[in-house]
Unconditional design. Structure first.
Length: 462
């Protein structure tokens, strides 16, 4: 419906109670938010993190994605993964063969262990988590964000803050604070990477699958452990294009994706094989239709695996993600926009807050095959986290100031976690120094990040 002709109602003005006032509010407890919250709280700041679901981790955990697309090079992200390994919730990192050579990938994690680990780390740091709570909008006074309005079973309330960190993935707080944003590619008809939905399959003979995969010519990208013990966390297979194409021709079932990615975590088989193009995730009807279509595709992909891939003969669908995996929507316009050439590596930024080694991972908006390849590390400047047009707001995660091409790397979990960590540190330092986040002494932020063992420049990545 055209918004100019859409029927409206008038909502009466009302006073709402102040729930609390803190130093930092983190909006979103997905892959990015917990890093921001922990980083700020460990510097002695009072922190509230608001999460719309009942557990942390977002796409990583609820979304069953399970692994970063690349290496974790240091800082809190690596600390968290090492803790997961110690708890039996992750395996060793591995080298995956791709069309451009080997790429180092952090091991998948057990989603349930990671949910509890992230929660414990937040609580131990002193973060007040508000689960099952939705943030309606930020409150802006004289061009400065002063807090957020939340809603949950307790009603509508206000949480005041000196700094708000938008880790919503879709720049929800930024856009409501009138920060300029770009949708997807920024074209008149914006191109965005498609949405997907993960699922698991139980009853898979993983050893039989691995043995078959070693000699298959239909899996161009792979990581196959040398020992059976490695099969629990380190089997990763991407391809099956010929298998999918022939199965669709034989059965008449039409799917939207040319390939399937399989990976193990905790001995469970995770499947990424769905795709829906051109979804406006801000339309409740289109969003719902995408979920319905993913369900249809999941049934088809599971059937194809059972009927055509060794090891899946007795398999069945185990779990379907309760959330849709969204790869791209808004990008804020920040003080600097990371470009495609920047993300290829070789560009040094004086205000870099993270060196990222994520793979290039493009799910083509027009439906072509996935482009997954290894590239040298690149740097993310602090200015990409600082939005134009409003004070005391930082943005972290996949909606930072990056163009459509750079987003193919900066959207991945290692980068999201790194920008969350940096935003949390920067918010704390700004409060300590009594300055705005726009004017925070970046050198002090960088010094704090180095103490967390986070490489800031590409040549520091080992």
């Amino acid at each position: 419906m055209d918004m100019k002709t859409q029927k409206t109602i008038t909502e009466p003005a009302r006073q709402i109670p102040v729930l609390m006032e803190v130093d930092v509010v983190v909006v979103g407890g997905g892959t990015t938010g917990p890093l921001a919250a922990i980083a700020a709280a460990r510097r002695g700041r009072s922190v509230v993190m608001v999460e719309r679901f009942g557990s942390l981790g977002g796409v990583l955990t609820l979304g069953l994605n399970t692994k970063p697309s690349g290496a974790l090079v240091g800082g809190l992200p690596l600390e968290i993964w090492n803790l997961a390994r110690a708890a039996g919730g992750a395996g060793d990192d591995y080298m995956a063969l791709t069309k451009t050579g080997d790429v180092k990938i952090a091991s998948p994690t057990d989603p349930e262990i990671m949910k509890m680990l992230l929660t414990r780390l937040c609580v131990d740091a002193g973060v007040q988590i508000l689960f099952e709570t939705f943030v309606s909008n930020p409150v802006v006074e004289d061009g400065r964000v002063t807090g957020v309005v939340i809603e949950n079973k307790g009603g509508r309330q206000f949480v005041g803050a000196k700094v708000v960190i938008d880790c919503s993935a879709d720049a929800d707080m930024a856009v409501k604070a009138k920060v300029p944003t770009v949708m997807g590619s920024g074209e008149t008809v914006a191109r965005m990477q498609p949405v997907s939905m993960y699922f698991t399959m139980s009853g898979v003979d993983i050893k039989r699958l691995a043995e078959w995969a070693k000699t298959s010519d239909d899996i161009p990208a792979r990581a196959i452990p040398k020992t059976d013990a490695g099969l629990d966390y380190n089997l990763w297979l991407t391809g099956f294009n010929k298998t999918l194409q022939k199965w669709q021709k034989d059965t008449g079932v039409k799917l939207q994706r040319d390939n399937i990615t399989l990976k193990t975590a905790g001995g469970v088989m995770y499947v990424n094989g769905t795709r829906v193009l051109g979804v406006d995730v801000f339309s409740p009807m289109e969003f719902t239709a995408a979920i319905v279509e993913c369900y249809r595709q999941i049934e088809g992909v599971a059937r194809c695996l059972r009927e055509r891939v060794p090891g899946f003969e007795s398999a069945r669908i185990g779990q379907v993600s309760p959330i849709l995996g969204v790869r791209e929507t808004r990008h804020i316009q920040g003080e600097y926009t990371l470009t495609g050439p920047d993300s290829l590596g070789g560009v040094r930024f004086d205000d870099s807050i993270a060196a990222d080694a994520s793979a290039l991972d493009i799910h083509d908006p027009k439906g072509a095959d996935v482009d997954f390849q290894s590239l040298p590390p690149y740097e993310i400047p602090y200015r990409c986290l600082v939005p134009m047009g409003v004070e005391q707001l930082l943005v972290a995660g996949r909606c930072i100031s990056a163009d459509h091409v750079a987003h193919a790397r900066s959207r991945n979990m290692p980068a999201c976690m790194a920008t969350g960590q940096a935003a949390g540190v920067a918010a704390a330092v700004a409060i300590e120094e009594g300055v705005t986040v726009r004017k925070v002494p970046v050198k002090k932020v960088q010094d704090a990040l180095r103490k967390l063992n986070m490489p800031l420049h590409a040549d520091e990545v080992k």
